[in-house]
Design a protein around this ligand. Structure first.
Ligand SMILES: [Zn+2]
Length: 232
């Protein structure tokens, strides 16, 4: 009987199709994971860039401040050593000079601290920039692989759908409907076979005389007494 050949073939096609469709659903996962990692690192990179710029502009601001102190010191010294200042003014100038030199020293000290910090920040920035570049490369490779795999899968699915149509046409509508019902009740597996007197799917051992009848073949089709799948 043709049914005995067509039904297992149809089931094999359906199982392969289900596998391919499942694979198609999860095919984008590696790229999605890489995109998440890339987004996370890119966000970290922009935060680090922001911090770097902040430190750089703080250094620039302090350098301008130090230059201003240097100018004021110069002016003060010129006045101090001009020989035209009176005793009271001299004392004020000396006091002012001491203050300005302390400010200049403190500012330069602060600049040095910030420069050390800037170096650390730059090292961290470079590390994150390296990670971003790495994820970008990985993503490009993964996207290429995904596109290739998707293309192959879609081709396989189209071929299987063609085969399926032919198999279904051979079965006829009545058997097709029966197969679909059995597929639903059998959780995707409508057909089973006998293996050492047991149903190949539910593994339940079947009565000897039943097994004999199934094994004889013939027109009569039998269902597994336990799971209800068609035994072919
Ligand atoms: Zn069974």
């Amino acid at each position: 009987m043709e049914i005995r050949a067509v039904l297992p073939r149809l089931q094999q096609i359906d199982h392969q199709l289900a596998g391919f469709l499942l694979k198609l659903q999860s095919i984008g996962q590696p790229c999605a994971d890489l995109k998440d990692s890339l987004q996370e690192k890119s966000h970290e990179l922009s935060e680090r860039e922001h911090q770097l710029k902040k430190t750089q502009s703080e250094i620039k601001r302090l350098e301008l401040e130090a230059a201003s102190f240097a100018d004021q010191i110069k002016t003060c010294e010129q006045r101090l050593y001009s020989g035209t200042a009176g005793a009271r003014e001299l004392s004020q100038l000396e006091q002012r000079l001491t203050e300005l030199r302390r400010h200049e020293f403190d500012t330069e000290d602060e600049i040095l601290d910030l420069m050390v910090r800037l170096e650390t920040e730059r090292t961290k920035y470079d590390l994150v920039a390296g990670a971003v570049a790495h994820f970008q490369e990985e993503l490009a490779i993964a996207e290429h692989q995904e596109a290739e795999e998707r293309c192959t899968l879609e081709k396989n699915i189209a071929e299987l759908n063609n085969e399926r149509q032919k198999a279904v046409a051979e079965l006829g509508t009545e058997w097709e409907a029966r197969y679909e019902r059995l597929k639903v009740s059998g959780h995707g597996t409508a057909i089973a076979s006998l293996v050492n007197g047991c149903c190949s799917v539910c593994r339940v051992s079947l009565p000897e005389d039943f097994v004999r009848r199934v094994s004889q073949g013939g027109e009569q089709l039998h269902h597994c007494e336990h799971c209800g799948r068609l035994l072919l």
